[in-house]
Design a protein around this ligand. Sequence first.
Ligand code: ADP
Length: 497
Amino acid sequence: MSNILFAASEVFPLIKTGGLADVAASLPRALTRVGQNVRIILPAYTPVMKAAADIELKKLKSFDVDGKLVTLWKTKLPETRVTVLLVDIPEFFERDGNPYCGSDGRDWPDNAQRFYWFAKVVRLVALNQAGLKWPVDIVHCNDWQTGLIPALLSRDSARPKTVFTIHNLAYCGVFPHQEFLDLNLPDEFWHYESLEFHNQICFMKGGLVYADHITSVSPTYTEEIQTPERGHGLDGLLRHRQEHLSGILNGIDVDEWNPATDKNLTKTYNRRTLDKKQINKKALQEQLGLVADPDVPLLGFIGRLVDQKGIELIITLLPLLIAKGYQIAVLGSGNRQYEKSLTALAQQHRENLSVTIGYNEALAHQIKAGIDIFLMPSLYEPCGLNQLYSLRYGTIPVVHAVGGLRDSVTDYSESEQGITANGFLFYSFTSEALLNAILRAARSYQDKTLWRKLQNNGMSLDLSWLHSAQQYLDLYNRVLGKPEESSQSIQTESALV
Ligand code: ADP
């Protein structure tokens, strides 16, 4: 058994802006189930402290770190035994709203300071110097907000091993040189082989340069980020660290996302009672003001309305899809221009198109259960969770063949007689290619036997975290120089299906 300190900037359900929060909750839970001793460490943002107060909140320690008073609190991940340590530095984390930006959508101006100080405290906990009497074997860091942790620890001789997971390389945490000076970081870090990146400081590089091992959240994305096209200027560094880089596909929380027990649904269902999915379709159509027609293909999109998600391809196609009589349900928020275009189209086509701007967890579940086809035309997708949730809900994904989408969806035409097929892929990032895939899906939808087969194939997959947790465990053991508990090689771990 190892002691694993899992550092993240968001954890569901305490605070969430995207898939990272889901992973930061599910992976520690799964690791606990396979016998590891895991503690999550998270900044004590105001909404987190409020949520924790309703669960369990215990003050552990208060101490001075270079003139700042830091308090460590302890709570639990709701409905689990997993401990969450909260790093409370009021001047940085006592703010309402989003962990990264204010209500105007702009990044907090002191983000470099905030996550530097978080890293400083995590380092002390990792070195067992925060008075917790808990020696750490592995510090598992996630994305740029935790990038300085491996960098700071690299200067300590007796330190735990570090693993750094890239959830999205596009967000690197890059700040002007002045921030580097203000943080008073050691001079040796100002070097192109260290944190310096085109005369700026890059927090992500702290993880990429100094972690004992780097992972990303799917095998295909791991390949993609080693190319100039998807490497965001860091592909050379990643190729250099190839021997310490591997891809492990995320799992999903199969309790949270279970159509057989989901309290958000009008009617729960499973593989054997798939007919009841129709009841959810009808309820969704009524709820969203769409015509309650059981036979019309109902398409859906849920996610951040940003370029990465390929939302412009969908917007381009909407008039055509509506003209074909299809229905579409969209839930998301993000880029104001996308929000406006979608809302305007929905006002013109109320019976076919529903657009909900905002974040709504319950509606996300209802859409997953009620729609027939889930659209995920992402330009790139490190792993993607929405296609995995769709597979579990008997909703057929239509996805761009990149990253984790490529690793989790098997196209009908590519699978021999559809034996393992569970969705539709398209290969070039154009609205024509997406349209083609949608039309193929809509044609298959008319063939009820084939459709049921695709649904069954998706619903039969083991998408649970246990499979991925086992791979992380093997990796930790390898990094620690312990014998592996499974014979599988992580480097060659292939797709889910
Ligand atoms: P990313 O992490 O890039 O945003 P993922 O597909 O990996 O994309 O994960 C997105 C997560 O956020 C999923 O759990 C998804 O259901 C959820 N989500 C995104 N936007 C919304 C929204 N507007 N309402 C509810 N859930 C949302």
